[in-house]
Design a protein. Structure first.
Length: 74
């Protein structure tokens, strides 16, 4: 397997995952106050919306790389 085929395969899988999970959620921990043994922290849940365009473009680019690699091998 060549580099282009592997990159195309990774883009193809990533594209399908982006279409399946359209929102990436993550938590951010922030220390607000710290005095001796007293500590206060805040946790915020953030959402990063991913449009289906990202997934579609990744799938298309993956297919192009796989086909291009297959054509060069022939």
């Amino acid at each position: 397997m060549k580099k282009e085929f592997l990159i195309g395969l990774v883009l193809l899988v990533a594209g399908f995952l982006l279409l399946a999970y359209q929102v990436y959620r993550f938590a951010v921990h922030e220390s607000i106050f710290s005095l001796a043994s007293i500590q206060a922290a805040q946790e915020a849940q953030l959402r990063l919306p991913l449009t289906p365009w990202f997934g579609a473009v990744a799938i298309f680019a993956g297919i192009v790389l796989i086909v291009r690699d297959r054509d060069r091998a022939s």
